[in-house]
Design a protein. Structure first.
Length: 358
């Protein structure tokens, strides 16, 4: 009984402390960082909250771990690519346009000099950004885009199916080599035929996926020209051999690619801006925070989730980098706020600094 009472006391004390911390935007407004480069990466993370039931499951960001969970909110945050600092964040019940409108409005009010945005291909993000930053260069995350191609063509699921069949074939060992074991022979022939059938049915779609994803990931104009020719050759020689649903999917994916092409190669058109091509940096932050959240298994209320995430972001902003690799090895030894110009030296007692003064 005493142990439970102590646990509740500690929990209440922590919640009270977190509720009195300044918000991420308040810290940015107070310290006024001046070293932001303006290459911004934005992404969202689903946070389980028991007190809130999502009205429309489509609002939940696609995630294998969270797909079946319909209780929670979305944490929207973005970082400056060169300094790794997080100037603002937002807790929202959806990932719709209006949520990002509020987020980019925050950035604008903080005088953040956004010159490029790297994000997924959700149209609401781009529209909200351009409303507040009309001259921003938009770069779609090529990793998200490539994964979406594989998902629509079901390439990944076919690859996993083939890998599973190959493992079953390996488990048979060399039993099917002996005439005295007809059951093993029959099973081996059945598995081999299923593998051959899948490879035959999907090889054209798989070839298209490889060529288009290689085109999306190119780093030079010469590479772009090469894979563009490969894609053109594919439509002349291989696509006529495809029929039915897969043919329609390939054409639909290519038409979407043609519409999005200008947003996929922004970094190639502006090499001097050093625009990031993926949201990997922000997703690395999300993975780091998810490790902290995994032991909690969700929050009871939206307010608790908001305060806890705010504290995690603040801690990251004041923490010194120790293990950055190239090309960001230069960041080691200082915190994001030091690199962005908000601090001149490391602030060890950041909690006291962030507590609101009464």
């Amino acid at each position: 009984m005493d142990a439970e009472r102590k646990k509740d006391t500690v929990c209440n004390a922590v919640n009270h402390l977190l509720a009195n911390l300044k918000s991420t935007a308040e810290v940015t407004r107070e310290l006024r960082p001046q070293n932001y480069f303006g290459n911004h990466i934005v992404d969202a993370k689903f946070i389980p909250v028991k007190a809130y039931v999502i009205e429309k499951p489509s609002f939940v960001p696609r995630s294998a771990k969270r797909r079946k969970i319909l209780r929670g909110i979305v944490h929207i945050s973005g970082c400056d690519y060169e300094t790794h600092d997080i100037p603002a964040r937002l807790m929202s019940r959806t990932e719709e346009y209006w949520a990002y409108d509020i987020y980019f409005g925050q950035l604008k009010s903080l005088n953040y000099p956004l010159r490029s945005l790297t994000c997924d291909d959700r149209p609401g993000i781009r529209l909200a950004c351009l409303k507040h930053y009309p001259n921003a260069n938009i770069q779609l995350c090529i990793r998200h885009y490539a994964e979406e191609i594989s998902r629509k063509l079901k390439i990944r699921s076919i690859e996993r199916t083939i890998q599973g069949l190959e493992k079953k074939l390996e488990k048979l060992g060399d039993d099917f080599c002996y005439p005295s074991r007809p059951e093993a022979q029959r099973r081996a022939v059945e598995i081999a035929n299923r593998i051959a059938d899948l490879e035959h049915r999907y090889w054209i779609a798989a070839t298209f996926s490889v060529i288009l994803q290689s085109l999306i990931r190119v780093k030079t104009r010469d590479q772009y020209a090469y894979y563009a020719r490969e894609l053109n050759e594919f439509f002349k020689t291989l696509l006529p051999l495809e029929r039915g649903v897969l043919r329609r999917r390939i054409i639909a994916i290519f038409e979407k690619f043609r519409k999005d092409r200008g947003l996929l190669f922004t970094s190639l058109r502006h090499p001097d801006l050093h625009i990031p091509r993926t949201t990997n940096l922000q997703e690395a932050y999300h993975s780091h925070w998810e490790l902290r959240l995994s032991s909690i298994r969700g929050f009871e209320t939206e307010e608790t989730a908001k305060n806890y995430l705010n504290a995690l972001v603040l801690k990251k902003r004041f923490s010194v980098f120790t293990s950055c690799r190239e090309p960001f090895k230069r960041l080691n030894g200082k915190s994001p706020l030091e690199h962005s110009g908000g601090l001149t030296s490391t602030l060890k007692d950041w909690v006291s600094f962030c507590i609101r003064k009464k």
